[in-house]
Design a protein around this ligand. Structure first.
Ligand SMILES: [Zn+2]
Length: 277
């Protein structure tokens, strides 16, 4: 039997108070994930929690081993993943405390390994085939629906859809960059949403992002710009609420075998050259 069916990639604040948490370490062909997996039961479902930045929050966004993280989750049985993250709002109406469930992503990262199919031999000598994944709709529609329903059930008027632009970080945007992002019509800016969503797709996992706005990005406000302190403060104020929404969303996700979204069939007809865990 699998250890878990649903994965949550977020901070320790999402699982630290659960009664029965089992910590396991998982190694992957891509190296070590950010931390141990923490297994617990939420809403009758087995969930694997993974602190994205490590439990001490020591990994900056560009040093996170995203490939190992998604691989580790899949290897313990996870097939649906929720990825909460903190973001900056690119529109004045998306102020601190806004919850937005994006339906599009733009990649402006620079240095990250973002595919399992890069032609580099794996430890066992096998070489993955080139695989161009379909990514027109980066997020699982069923997981998005579950997240939005959970938010509304907790009277949090979440924004349904929008574009998450992911920057390399760890610095925040300059005012010019931020204005440019906003001028494109993009909604929120973060540092971890890519390549998480793309890698989940390559592994045939359902994935949805829940973005919590912690600040107005530099181009959307007129003050001093965003500070790390502000981000932590707003996130801390909302983490309990976000946890409730996440847990409700976990309960609202379809059973693994009952999914009709198509995320699991992304490899149909392809010879991968690697064996998925
Ligand atoms: Zn799906």
């Amino acid at each position: 039997m699998a250890d878990a069916e649903i994965g949550v990639i977020g901070g320790s604040g999402f699982y630290s108070f659960l009664d029965d948490v089992t910590e396991i370490t998982v190694d992957t062909p891509y190296g070590s994930p950010s931390d141990s997996l923490f297994l617990g039961e939420v809403a009758g479902r087995q969930v694997a929690f993974l602190p994205r930045h490590g439990r001490g929050h020591h990994l900056p966004p560009h040093r996170i081993n995203y490939r190992a993280n998604l691989w580790a989750l899949r290897s313990v049985g996870v097939r649906q993943v929720l990825g909460p993250c903190a973001v900056g709002g690119l529109r004045p109406e998306y102020g601190p405390g806004t919850l937005l469930v994006p339906d599009q992503v733009v990649d402006r990262t620079k240095t990250r390994a973002q595919t399992y199919f890069d032609g580099v031999p794996l430890a066992d000598g096998s070489i993955p085939r080139v695989f161009h994944l379909p990514f027109a709709d980066p997020y699982c529609p069923a997981a998005r629906t579950a997240a939005l329903a959970a938010a509304r059930g907790r009277e949090w008027d979440a924004v349904d859809g929008g574009t998450l632009v992911v920057i390399e970080g760890p610095r925040f945007s300059s005012r010019a960059e931020s204005r440019w992002h906003a001028a494109q019509g993009w909604s929120v800016v973060g540092m971890t949403g890519h390549p998480e969503a793309a890698l989940a797709r390559e592994l045939g996992l359902c994935y949805a992002s829940l973005t919590l706005v912690t600040d107005l990005d530099a181009g959307a406000e007129t003050g001093e710009g965003v500070s790390h302190h502000d981000v932590l403060e707003v996130f801390g104020k909302n983490v309990g609420r976000l946890r409730e929404v996440l847990f409700d969303a976990v309960g609202a996700l379809p059973a693994t075998d009952a999914r009709t979204c198509g995320c699991a069939e992304v490899h149909d007809g392809w010879k991968l050259g690697i064996e998925l865990p």
